[in-house]
Design a binder for this molecule. Structure first.
Ligand code: AMP
Ligand code: GLY
Length: 417
């Protein structure tokens, strides 16, 4: 089989790596890919949202299966276009992707179908939003309605902070002309439950936890994710069963009932609150960096799962290893603010742990250099999470680069006594 992966981050590197373990796959292309992916796939310079370009390439190369990483590609309708052309593709249609691309669509769906989430109201008028916030009090959560590259959520601890965010989102329209969802503040540990979905069939992957803040102790600004791990002792099998029964399955059924069935990955960003598991957000794709720690544990052939869903045929539940994984992101100093690029990265070849590249480039001389905010993730796998934690720390020491930083406490909630 010839497979095309769409995207260019650590998530896509992990997908390419999983596909490269499949005996069915002869050739992998990645559009546009990155310097790390280039060692396992042929990178083609087509943007992930260039639907016409991607389709033309898939037809010309007789691609058997396309797998879409980023939501932006799904949101512009790459799946719809491929299906119209009779091409097999793994991912949701444009209308199904609204479960991620529109916060208000997702919230309305949850209310209509009784899926547990924080109470909310949506506003496009600043004065009305401000009055609602004053009535509700702080802490309170404000979410810009639309794709905002992970920066559209403000957890305001005071009314003043909430007001500043509302002004930013509704009066200054920093993200564009959109609405704002204002919702109750929930508490409890967060976890990511990614499921393979086709119609009303939903199959879970191992749960993972992301770390969004830049520095140790969950301090500092929000980022695209500074690390993740699998095997969470405080999320029990009962919690997962509850999440499947009350959140993931009813959501898949609701999307069928609404005429926009899911076909791909449904990512539940969930919180175990004192009143049970509730939805913080849905994503219509694999999580990043969760994918980088989850897919290495798949023991079965990922191609079977992708193909089963892309063709709408029955697909068997994947088989997973019982091992634990822990991934630490190496980011450019200054990220998520401004940072410099082009610093040489040495020592990567000497690692025994997996490395998935996020923002690297290769100079003509062959040197690997930094080329993004998040540069790469080092993923250690071991029998226990504690072993994976020790292992990853040793592996990171082998990487030589003067402009990188990383968190040292990934997985700390699992080690708390
Ligand atoms: P999101 O970008 O939707 O993942 O939100 C970013 C982060 O904001 C989440 O990971 C949570 O930590 C926090 N958050 C979002 N919604 C709520 C809520 N209703 N209550 C408490 N924290 C929230
Ligand atoms: N790790 C969070 C996300 O993929 O949106």
């Amino acid at each position: 089989m010839k497979v095309l992966v769409v995207g260019s981050g650590g998530r896509e590197h992990a997908i390419v790596d999983a596909l490269s373990r499949s005996p069915q796959v002869d050739k992998i292309y990645c559009a546009p890919g990155n310097a790390g992916i280039a060692s396992q796939a042929e990178c083609v310079p087509i943007k992930d949202t260039d639907v016409a370009g991607l389709k033309q390439f898939a037809v010309a190369q007789a691609i058997d299966l396309t797998v879409v990483g980023p939501e932006a590609a799904l949101a512009v309708g790459v799946v719809d276009a491929f299906r119209e052309a009779g091409l097999k593709i793994f991912g949701h249609t444009q209308t199904a992707t609204r479960i991620e691309s529109s916060k208000e669509f997702a919230k309305q769906l949850m209310v209509k179908y009784d899926i547990p989430t924080a109470a909310y109201e949506a506003f496009d008028d600043y004065e009305q939003a401000r009055a609602y916030v004053e009535r509700k009090g702080a802490p309170i959560v404000l979410k810009y309605d639309g794709l905002a590259a992970g920066k559209g959520v403000v957890v305001a601890m005071s009314i003043e902070e909430a007001d500043a965010a509302l002004r930013d989102m509704l009066l200054d329209a920093s993200f564009g002309q959109g609405r704002v969802v204002v919702e109750d503040f929930l508490t409890g540990p967060e976890f990511s439950l990614m499921c393979f979905v086709h119609g009303d069939k939903v199959v879970p992957m191992p749960v993972a936890q992301d770390h969004k803040r830049a520095y140790d102790g969950d301090k500092g600004p929000n980022t695209g994710g500074m690390g993740a791990y699998t095997r969470m002792p405080f999320i029990t099998d009962e919690d997962i069963a509850e999440a499947m029964k009350h959140v993931m399955l009813p959501t898949a059924k609701a999307m069928v009932a609404e005429g926009c069935p899911l076909s791909g990955v449904l990512y539940g960003g969930l919180m175990k609150t004192p009143d049970g598991v509730k939805v913080i957000e849905f994503n219509a794709r694999f999580g990043d960096p969760e994918t980088e720690v989850v897919l290495p544990l798949m023991d079965s052939d990922i191609c079977d799962t992708f193909m089963g869903i892309a063709t709408g045929e029955e697909f068997a539940a994947p088989v997973w290893s019982d091992d634990a994984t822990l991934g630490v992101v190496l980011a450019s100093k200054g990220y998520p603010g401004s940072y410099d690029k082009g610093f040489v990265i040495g020592g990567v070849e000497s690692l025994s742990a997996k490395t998935y590249h996020m923002g690297t480039a290769r100079r003509e001389s062959g040197e690997l250099v930094t080329a993004g905010g998040r540069v790469m993730i080092v993923v250690a796998r071991a029998a226990t999470l504690a072993e994976a934690h020790t292992y990853v720390a040793k592996e990171i020491e082998k990487i030589e680069c003067e402009n990188l930083f990383h968190r040292n406490d990934i997985g700390y909630q699992a080690f708390k006594k």
